[in-house]
Design a protein around this ligand. Sequence first.
Ligand SMILES: Nc1ncnc2c1ncn2[C@@H]1O[C@H](COP(=O)(O)OP(=O)(O)O)[C@@H](O)[C@H]1O
Ligand SMILES: [Mg+2]
Length: 250
Amino acid sequence: MPPILEARDVTRRYRVGSGDVDAVRGVSLTVDAGEFVAFMGPSGSGKSTLLHLLGGLDRPTSGDVVLDGELVSRLSDDAATRLRREKTGFVFQFFNLIPLLSVWENVALPFTIAGEDARHGEPADAVRAALASVDLDGKERHRPDQLSAGEQQRVALARALVRHPALLLADEPTGNLDFSTGTEILDRLWSSCHEGGQTVVLVTHDAKAAAYADRVYVMHDGSLRDEIRLGRREDHGAGQLIARLADLGL
Ligand SMILES: Nc1ncnc2c1ncn2[C@@H]1O[C@H](COP(=O)(O)OP(=O)(O)O)[C@@H](O)[C@H]1O
Ligand SMILES: [Mg+2]
């Protein structure tokens, strides 16, 4: 399989006042279609910045990002947005649901943005299936503030999944959840990858979450410091990863 995602010597410099912050410093990597890859690293090491670059939410200062064969970093804004909507689904730490919309409307948003009416036909079937896949049947008419944190993240996940994007990107999706609700989210990401064939890129500081991945990149100060290959393991045991991190002095 060709890689679905490639970063070629990618940097991202933020201008802050009179100084610069080099949030990502020359990252090169590939992710194969169907892989589950995690990024770990301390706060401020550039994980979120890199994820946004990989998913086409932000543009590199230099270097290139190739998403499913397209040089997303060189596309016009409109073309990059179109590619991102077609190929990716994002899940964030703080859910990023729209408070005034119902659960159904939030999950239907990718269709609405694409100009499709999600109240009928195939889009409606897709919304229903996405909600069922995260066990939210019966909650369609609730508003986000009428749901628990775990349920809100499941809505966000359903929204990311609803158009079956090839690539799912998740930034600390369990960061605001307790262990068991976090595990539900990770299990759902896992089944999207292992059964659904989608590619998953997960940012987390939690080794138990990263242990779902086939491969873990460790970031430090904007660079990839290490790469740990775990292989696919249905038990998601974190022991091997924790031992490897300890060997690296982390
Ligand atoms: N929008 C921004 N403007 C200026 N600096 C930023 C911005 N976003 C992130 N940074 C800085 O870039 C570095 C990496 O941040 P980030 O990618 O959020 O790291 P992480 O997700 O690993 O915590 C940090 O030093 C952070 O302060
Ligand atoms: Mg972050």
